[in-house]
Design a protein around this ligand. Sequence first.
Ligand SMILES: [Zn+2]
Length: 241
Amino acid sequence: MENTLVDLVRLQRLDRSIAHQRQRIGGLPAEIQEKVDIADELKGKQVSCDTRRKEKLVHASEWEVTVQGHETRLEKLEAQMFTARDAAAIQIGQHESEALRVKVSEAQDAALRLMEEAELIAAKGESYAVSAAEALHEVESFRSQAGEDETELLGELKALEDRRTEIVGRMVGDAFQRYEKLRVPKKGRPVSRLVEGACEGCGIQLNPTEQGHIRVAKDVRCCSSCERILVDAPLWARGTA
Ligand SMILES: [Zn+2]
């Protein structure tokens, strides 16, 4: 029975390694998805910059059309004033051309401002494009790395599971059945060490008779408080060696 108790300790450690390994394998696709999301977000920002830049440029060219319209009108006015004889008409013409020059200057400013904004947005879009390309590259390299990792992790898992089968196969009595029954309720810690007469799992002090039963290790003894299978410290040490 001693060897079986040692094996129970080994099994508990092994099962935790197996659970950990399964978690690592399960975590891989989520990690890839996270990186894909980052790349997508950057690409989205780049596209949005592009759209906004185009809008600004369309707006700017509208202002330029306005400028041209005003300038054409100005040329006509100046030609009219050049041939005008009537002082009042010239004054009206001057008045109108002054107002038009103000409008031209305003429209030019507006167009210029929009073009500057478009340029800033283009630079921002460019940096998003670079970051997006980098992020995509990272996704690709992570994907191939993860592929290798997964094969490796699955190989390691298989080795752990083989070891488990071997240990379970040589256990005697109903030790394994008891272990399995307690495994989930005790959250993966169905076996507890007896340390200085106390159960390490729940801390309760066992009476000397019970301690003696555990020390001689003739059968599987469980803690009267937490129900965990108790293993004396020296045997425990063998199981964790
Ligand atoms: Zn206990």
